[in-house]
Design a protein around this ligand. Sequence first.
Ligand code: ADP
Ligand code: ZN
Length: 717
Amino acid sequence: MSEFSHLEKALKYYFGYDKFRPGQQEIIENALSNRDLLIVMPTGGGKSLCFQLPAILKKGVTVVVSPLIALMQDQVEALQKNGIAATFLNSSLNFYQMRSREQYTLAGKVKLLYVAPERLLSEKFLPFLDLVHHQVGISAVVIDEAHCVSEWGHDFRPEYRQLILLRKRYPGVPVWAFTATATARVRIDIIQQLGLKEPSIHIASFNRQNLYYEVQVKQKNAYIQLLKLIRETEGSGIVYCLTRKRVDEITLKLQHDRVSALPYHAGLTDEERSQNQTRFLRDDARVMVATIAFGMGINKPDVRFVIHFDIPRNIESYYQESGRAGRDGEASRCTLFYSYGDVKTIEYLINQKSDPQEQLIAKHQLRQMIDYAEATDCRRKIQIGYFGEYFPGNCGNCDNCLYPKPVQDFTVEAMKFLSCVARCQQKFGMNHIIDVLRGAKTEKITQYKHDQLSTYGIGKDRSVEEWRLLGRCLLHQGLLEQTSDGYAVLKLNSLSWEVMRRQRQVFIAVPVAEKMSWNQNTSKAMEAQMLFQRLRSLRKKIADEQSVPPYVIFADSTLRLMAQVKPQTKQELEKLSGIGSHKLALYGEQFLAEIRNSCQESSVSQQQQPFSAADAPSTTELQTLQLYQQGLSIAEIAKKRRLSPTRIVRHLCDLMEKNQSIDINPLVSSPKQQKIWQVFDVLGDISLAVIKEYLGEDYSFDEIRLVRGKWRQQKRK
Ligand code: ADP
Ligand code: ZN
């Protein structure tokens, strides 16, 4: 048997995955050959597996140093769910728990031992580790989030500096360093500070093809824009805001609009934060509204969208924060809301910094961020290029590649704009210039007699937004300047004059109305979608019983496969990616039962024969019909006939199916009728429960049933 198939078999057996992600196999082979490793992989690349699988396959215990308790618990939980012997030692445990875990480890029953760095280096712990090494053997030391060792990284932790002690204490044990940080400076630091010996270095591509990147121009009512986006995107998501105040405000609004959202920022108590985090991980809350305090240590793999409500500080932070979406490799959406107004705020904040060097760097980074936001080129190309990696562009999964903005000749408008700036003596800001162009009647215009200028009102044919877009582009293309003293007065430069003299043309990319490629459904896909929702509910139930996050049971991608393939037996189920031997044994039956039920329900409803014309209404149905035709409400009929309202509704439905004409308009509003009708048209006559699940809380079973009656009646004709 070749090693190749041996590793793949182990992957399937322990983790349930069919294939390695790019790079994983090579890294694992290197790990098994006892070399030191430096692995740089973007978030979601699948780093953990690269040390977990070798840890299982090698003799002895692998010690994993991990900086955050939450991260540790998360990984250990996920490993245990796969039947892998893993445990952690940290300050959250009491004396007895520590003791028993230590003994367990010494008995050789643990393959992965997770430890916080401060504990690892304590006086008491090192002798224990010696004992472990002596009795069972330490197969490797893993340093997770290894960039914490570098002051150049974004998360320096002094304890990490002492980890080199381990290398010295156990010189024969390989050290494996893992990080998602991209800069070369940090990589060098890691190698030096941890004392890695000729490490095998693996730097994965920073391209995350499953993430859809887009920038939306932040509109006046940005909240409504946000709400719309959240409503049209499914699954969990994070909304990043600049300030705590904004976080609180948006959380409240979302909650008011019945989106289950929770806040996360440094102003909350530790307890509140950890509670909110747990609720988010367990899918009890769908949206986390957060400052950037939220993120590191969040291992939730099924975050489907990350929205930046405010512009991030720099491209690297944007890459890391948006990269928290789609770690499971499933399609996810990263949206940046961008407005020039926000840029002004940030510029103001930067100007408050006292260190001129810091100011300079911050301004430079902001500039790059603006370039990204206003770019008409592939978003990926810009991001990945930032990390020094070449990317050809045309990624096919960003707004600019999918919906290239048409470039238009705006030379004439630019001439109008710039000459207006000139006529106003280069003493005013953008808003005033636009007011003059559009012939507004403001106090300022009267005061300065700007309504007498030749440029007054020459731009009525364009909207304020269009003029602002043009103004911003002129600034951005260097054809116009703006003072940075807080007043943002527009100033002309030599290029502006070239434009006005018709020596230079001006082209700008005009944003087009958002075309939605998101969530396009065909009827088959919709059916799978609904089974997927059912499987999600089942997963949530099981997860709640065990107090773990749902993704620990099965990944979204695995549920989606189940919904598409609809396996009927354990053998069929086992073939799917994400189903390892352990989970198959634990949950296989439950999920199979759910799939079978759903298949039965839809086939039953498909087989249901239409009633024959001979079907005559029963007496009790006719009595109901009579009262209904007299204009009594359902409740009144129910009361009169001493039957339940639901019973009465059923009578009406049966009557329709027996070809009696019933006016359901008083019972179901017409938009609702339309919507329900549409769903039946697309999905066919499948189970009410599924239809209801699809339509959501706002639709009652009775309403759906009534429209179905009408729909069936129609179909028989
Ligand atoms: P990282 O630590 O690099 O951010 P993780 O190790 O948490 O990423 O992996 C991200 C997700 O990808 C996890 O849900 C993990 O189970 C999944 N994953 C890892 N390797 C594979 C694979 N070979 N096939 C499918 N899913 C994988
Ligand atoms: Zn692109």
